[in-house]
Every structure is written in C-alpha cells, then in structure tokens.
Design a protein around this ligand. Structure first.
Ligand SMILES: NC(=O)c1ccc[n+]([C@@H]2O[C@H](COP(=O)([O-])OP(=O)(O)OC[C@H]3O[C@@H](n4cnc5c(N)ncnc54)[C@H](OP(=O)(O)O)[C@@H]3O)[C@@H](O)[C@H]2O)c1
Length: 430
C-alpha cells in the first residue's frame, strides 16, 4: 500500500464494535506499528440522532453505507453493520470494486459469501481482512492464516459462541433451566432479543466455517456445516454429565480426513479436566491440531466492544503495513468447497439418558436394544439424580457410528417403560 498521511478511514456501523473502534482510534490515532496517523473521515449508521458513547458531530455523516464505501474521502472501509446480505454486503463489494481495503467483523458475510468477496478483493488488489469475525479479540484468524501456514492443519475445535457458553455455565452454576438463564442473559445484554443465531448454533457455524476455510484452504462452505444448538439442553443432563465427570459445551469443530472435511456444531460432553471444560462464562476457546506443531490451545474474549475493536484495529494495522496474502490460503478462484463428511456416519462415543418407570427389567431391555444394534455400553451411571418425570437411566457407549447409536436410541423410545424421548449427546473427541 502506498504511504498515506493520514490514513482516512470510513466506518459503517456504530454499534458495540463501531463504538469500540471509534474510542480506540480517538485514544490512540497512531496505534499502528508503522506510526501512521489515522483519521476517521466518514461514518454511517441507521440513526444519526441516536445517543452514542462518543461525539460524532464533527464526523462526516453518510445515511447510506454504500455511499461511504464508494466515497473518495476515505482510503480504508470498515464494515461493522453485520448480516450476511443487505447493505453490509453491497457496501463491502462497492469498496472492493473501488480497490479499497476492507476490514470487517462480519462472520455471516464471510462464511456465506467469502469466496466471491475474496475473488473480488484479489481481482481489484484490495485486502479483505476479518480477524474480529471469529473469537472477537482472540486472534484465531491470524493464527491460521499466518502462523500455521508452515504446517498442515488437521483439525480445529472449540467454543466459539460466548452467549451459549455463558448460558451453559450459568445453568450449571445456578441450577436454573435454559429458558430462565436465557431470559436473564437477554436482560443483561449478553443475548440478543432474537437469540436464534446464538442458541441455534448458527453463529458458531459461521465462525467454524471461516476457520475451516483458513485451516484447510477451502472455500467457506456454510451450507455444509451440520448444526445443532443448545436450546434442547436440559439441566438434568448438565447435572448427570457432571456426575460422570463431564461438562456439556457447545463444541464447533472442523476435521479433515481422507474422505473430506466435517464441519459440525453441537452440544457435546467434554471431560471436566479438559481445557475446554475450564473455559466458562462468555469465554471462547480453540484447539488447533497441526501435523508438525501438534496441539495449540487459545482462549480469550470472543466478544465485547474493547476486545473486538482491538481485533479490527489489528487488521487496520495490517492494511497500513501492506499485508497482501490471499484472503484464504490460496487464490480465491482455485478454492474448492469442502467435500463434506456426513457427521452421522462418523464414529464416536455418546451419552444416552432415558426417563423410565421404576419397574424391573428396564435396564435389561435398554441393554438389549443397544446390543441388537451392535453398540456396546461403556458405563452405566449407578445413582443418577432424582427427577420428577421418571427414573433416569444414564449410560455412555463405546465407539460406534453416530447413526447406529441414533437408531438404537429411537428404538429405546418405543420401550413401554420409557416415559419421554431419550436424549443422546455426543462425547467430544478433542
Ligand atoms: N458485538 C460483538 O462483540 C461482536 C464480536 C465479534 C464480531 N461482531 C460482529 O461485528 C458486527 C457489528 O456487531 P455489533 O455488535 O457492533 O452490532 P450492533 O451493535 O447491532 O451495531 C450495528 C450497527 O450497524 C448499524 N446499521 C444497521 N443497519 C444499517 C444500515 N442499513 N445502514 C447503516 N448502518 C446500519 C446500526 O445503526 P444504529 O446504531 O443507528 O442502529 C449500528 O450502529 C457484526 O457483523 C457482528 O457479527 C460483533
């Protein structure tokens, strides 16, 4: 990038992250290691009159973020609006087509349109950077895009949604059920009014899709992710898992094998002594497995104005320093979508919990159902916690194909003594 003095920045989106960025830039306008001066020369949001935690009265205002992206009054466009489509996408496309560097925190946009935007960026010689899109202030994107390129990454797995992690942590700590803790998280501003993206696992799926693309040099293929959220996680299972020395976490993982790439998000049991089990509250955490490097573990804030703005600023510093790598690990046109490996055909262990009538022969019937399917039992929980809806039977299986365990669980539901549909939760392989 040619030397500019100052660097003129357009910021679209003045919410949590946009506000954090404007504060950071006003406090440290020369934060970039190159020492260049940075100056905000245009801002855009929905409402000009909304009270903001900083003064925007002296900043040129754009009603339309696309006009800001096209304006020749800025050299670098920062998109902090959000959403996979709509104004965020059009504005980013507009800036890239003008050859203008773009920094965004928008995981939905990158996970769903990453390849076409990368192609546009490369065609017009404009960097497209998105460190803040995954794990907020914790540097996962640069880790994979830069630090790990000398190795072959075999898997990435972790906790990528702070809202879900907060809810699960609170359910365990306070003994309250999902709905109650979610309502409190909404009151405290930790969860959105419409929590579907978070609790449905879709936000984590966007993030793991991006990490998988960076890790394996594929096109981001959001549609190939298998997604299950935490909305069906019951307090009873959190308690029973703990008795078995596990903690339930929403685990996002991307694993490369000879047959392709599997990208999944689902609740999973993690051993209590595993570092992921120790990442509580809104924290994010990630394991990266490299063929030569081995296992790397990072943990930190996945959201919040300060941490996320710091990640955006790190990308701005890269633009100023002249960063020019392919957006993913190879030229955009050569990227292939993931060849998805269907998770249900994968082998793993599972936790199964049933509620049954207290009558003789039930355990034998359950064991028989699993044996008929060829699934062997690893352990039965001897004295499960009391529960009003029936007597809990809890078991863990040895390795078996997920769909085979699933079918056995469906057959267990038909046993006369079973009072509610059984719950199956995978045991994480991390
Ligand atoms: N919050 C986090 O901790 C975090 C962490 C990592 C990544 N991210 C990502 O960062 C991005 C921004 O998130 P956020 O939490 O800062 O969102 P937010 O608080 O909801 O702020 C969104 C901003 O975009 C503006 N906006 C919405 N529609 C617009 C439009 N059509 N034209 C112009 N401006 C528009 C809003 O304007 P008004 O203020 O006038 O309503 C608001 O200022 C998202 O992609 C998100 O996924 C957020």
């Amino acid at each position: 990038m040619a030397k500019k003095d100052p660097w003129r920045i357009g910021v679209a989106g003045l919410g949590t992250v946009g506000a954090g960025l404007l504060n950071l830039l006003s406090e440290r306008p020369r934060f970039a290691p190159t020492g260049d001066q940075l100056s905000v020369t245009g801002v855009s949001a929905r409402s000009r009159s909304r009270p903001r935690p900083f003064d925007i009265s002296n900043l040129p205002w754009f009603d339309d973020p696309v006009a800001l992206a096209a304006s020749t009054d800025n050299d670098l466009f920062v998109e902090l609006i959000g959403g996979s489509d709509g104004p965020a996408k059009v504005a980013v496309e507009t800036a890239l087509k003008a050859g203008k560097p773009v920094v965004t925190a928008n995981k939905a946009l990158i996970a769903e349109h990453g390849q076409e935007l990368a192609a546009l960026a490369e065609q017009h010689g404009a960097p497209l950077l998105f460190e803040a899109a995954v794990m907020g202030g914790t540097p996962a994107v640069k880790m994979l895009r830069e630090a790990m390129v000398g190795d072959e990454v075999e898997a990435v797995a972790g906790i990528l949604n702070g809202t879900c992690n907060y809810i699960l942590t609170e359910m365990e700590a306070s003994g309250r059920d999902f709905a109650e803790v979610l309502a409190e998280a909404q009151r405290l501003g930790y969860a959105e009014a419409d929590p579907t993206m978070d609790v449905g696992g879709f936000d984590a799926a966007h993030k793991i899709t991006i990490l998988a693309a960076l890790a394996f040099g594929c096109a981001p293929t959001y549609a190939a992710a298998e997604v299950d959220g935490i909305d069906q996680v019951e307090l009873l299972d959190i308690r029973l898992a703990k008795q078995l020395e596990y903690r339930i976490k929403l685990v996002a993982s991307a694993v490369k094998s000879a047959s392709g790439v599997s990208v999944t998000v689902h609740p999973a049991l993690v051993p209590l002594d595993h570092p992921l089990a120790g990442a509580g509250g809104p924290l994010n955490a990630l394991f990266i497995h490299g063929r030569k490097i081995g296992r790397i573990f990072i943990q930190g804030p996945g959201a919040g104005a300060g941490p996320t703005a710091a990640a955006v600023a790190a990308d701005i510093a890269d633009v100023i320093a002249g960063a020019s790598r392919p957006v993913f690990q190879a030229p955009a046109k050569s990227l292939k979508p993931f060849a998805p490996v269907v998770a249900r055909r994968q082998v793993g262990r599972a936790y199964v919990r049933l509620l049954v009538k207290d009558q003789p022969g039930v355990i034998a019937a359950v064991s028989e159902t699993l044996a008929e399917a060829g699934v062997s039992i690893d352990s039965f929980l001897q004295k499960p916690v009391e529960n009003a809806g029936g007597v809990p039977i809890v078991l863990t299986t040895h390795d078996a194909r997920e769909d085979v365990i699933g079918e056995a669980v469906r057959r267990m539901a038909l046993l006369p003594a079973v009072t509610q549909p059984p719950r199956m939760i995978r045991i994480a392989r991390i």
